[in-house]
Design a protein around this ligand. Structure first.
Ligand code: CMP
Length: 227
């Protein structure tokens, strides 16, 4: 349980809470591991729990009837998912799967709703988190409806940097970027186009790719260009 408390200190929706309250929350949760590729929750299921990412990355996506995938977001440690259907009582709005080996803390519906009633700070932090998600979704809608493929790939790289990257001396490092197919499914384009555009960005000195590591060399410039 001690570890749970350490990890809860970095969960955005619990950031205002004192130690003794984090201890109580840790006792409510159940830890569970998912291997890379496993589905954690499915679109259209009834929602019964909230998930907090302890470590790993989670892909949020929707599929069409032909099996094509739109990737809505990629979430990392300290972020929550599965809150929407607990709040509005509707079915799961998307499928969430483990993009890497992932460990989560599961808090069941009634316990989560009790927490929201008991600690108004959690509700406010959750609203902040949802507002940030709406901003990102707005950025994606603009990008998908108004930009060409290069602009859409650029926008996806900025979203990834903001979501998963670590800032270091003006550069942003994203360890283990998603596959080019997942990036394509975020940008609404093909894997080949992602590959071509990323090579172009590398030649322009905007990014550097080292294996699965992405270094955004010109973060501010790319933000101006693509947000
Ligand atoms: P819920 O609808 O219960 O189950 C799917 C979850 O995916 C949802 O709650 C949110 O936590 C998450 N989700 C859905 N859409 C997005 C999005 N656009 N960005 C980030 N997370 C999302």
């Amino acid at each position: 349980m001690g570890n749970d408390i350490n990890f809860l200190r970095n969960v955005s929706i619990f950031e205002e809470l004192p130690e003794r309250d984090l201890e109580k929350i840790a006792k409510l949760g159940t830890r569970k591991k998912f291997s890379k590729g496993n589905i954690i929750l499915m679109e259209d299921e009834i929602g019964s729990a909230l998930f907090i990412i302890i470590n790993g990355k989670v892909k949020v996506s929707r599929l069409d009837e032909t099996g094509r995938e739109a990737v809505l977001s990629i979430l990392g440690p300290g972020e929550v998912f599965g809150e929407m259907s607990l709040l509005d009582g509707m079915k799961r709005s998307a499928t969430c799967s483990a993009l890497t080996d992932t460990e989560v803390l599961i808090i069941y519906r009634d316990d989560f709703l009790n927490l929201l009633h008991k600690y108004p700070q959690i509700s406010i932090s959750l609203l902040k988190e949802l507002a940030q998600r709406l901003r990102k979704a707005n950025m994606q809608i603009k990008s998908l409806s108004l930009k060409d493929a290069e602009g859409r790939v650029g926008c996806v790289l900025i979203l990834l940097a903001d979501e998963l990257g670590k800032m270091y001396k003006g550069q942003v490092i994203v360890e283990e970027i998603p596959t080019q197919q997942d990036l394509a499914n975020m940008a609404g384009t093909s894997r080949e186009t992602v590959s071509r555009v990323m090579t172009k960005f590398e030649k322009q000195g905007l990014i550097k790719v080292e294996g699965r590591k992405l270094i955004i060399l010109e973060y501010e410039k790319m933000k101006q260009m693509f947000k």
